[in-house]
Design a protein around this ligand. Sequence first.
Ligand SMILES: [Zn+2]
Ligand SMILES: [Zn+2]
Length: 375
Amino acid sequence: MTGVRELAFIRSGRLAWRERAAPVLSDPGDAIVRPFIAARCDGDTLPIHRPVSRLMQAGIATRAIDPVVGCICGRVPFKGPFAIGHECVAQVLAVGSGVRHVRVGQTVVVPWAVSCGTCEPCRRGLTSKCATTTSRTLAAYGFGPASGPWGGMVADEFRVPFAGHMLVAVPADVPPLRVASASDNLADAWRGVVTPLRDRPGGSVLIIGGGAQSIGLYAAGLAVAHGAAAVHYVDDDPVRRQIAEAFGAHTFPAPPRSRRRRTTALRYDVVVEASSRAAGLRRALRSLARGGVCTAVGYYLATGTRVPVMHMYATDATLRVGVSHARAVLPDLLAFVARTGFPAERVTTLTAPWDDAPTAYAARTTKLVLQRDTI
Ligand SMILES: [Zn+2]
Ligand SMILES: [Zn+2]
């Protein structure tokens, strides 16, 4: 058996290379790809930086944590070993006889969720809720067996089904490192600000950052680049505030308040809640202007997270929660980056050699990107 290496999450703070069988084209619609850039999703830091598995098991047992978490990560959440990683830019190594629009040698983004492109949810743009591939809550790379047999993206090579639909070519002038996170976090930021700003051109934007660390920063950059009237970014971390400022956002270590806060507190047309905290979510919803929309991109694990519904009623607020449908937004997102040169790589705080993945992937840094040569 010829094996390939893939990065495995073992337990909190510990990752390792594991050997597995080399992927093969098992369906005419498959492709085999070789990732050469991989980024670490903000969500992956949860089990890596904190020993949450036991705590979450206890939480699910007592219903303090919503049991649906188990449908995503398995009955024992974040129990290693499992192959981790779901953001990458790859080269196409082989395609099945039925694959159209993708050729060997092409540089592509692989969306984090596995979708078919033809079922009803896929046609509605809900590609991460694909009816063909999803048996429980998610069909995705890098979340463990509960989300399917797909493995992780920090691997020598891996198989992509429905490749003609799944794989999105990186435009020729776009440096691949720029779109290292397009598979998930950059696309998540896109839906958080670009989509709502379309209905609210020139609207004001608030980003509450620090939990989903890179998503908040991408969102701040994308909001400025899409002509938001004001972009306010809140985060206690000075390094991230500096990145947000480089994008042209105004930053605050604590929520911006006017002096007479009750009567003239600032209100925003678009809010991205990326602190991953219930208090952040409540603050986000109370910061909305009339008819505003808040997208919550963090994890809120509690069975009943309190939100100010009556306040939302009074302001005609919309709260959007759920996973990002990266595949659906990738063509627009990549075309935008190609057209404008949007410097998404500004968010990357650590670039490490591919072979160092087991140590680098555990680094306490905002955005890790792994890189190796192309072939
Ligand atoms: Zn992710
Ligand atoms: Zn589908």
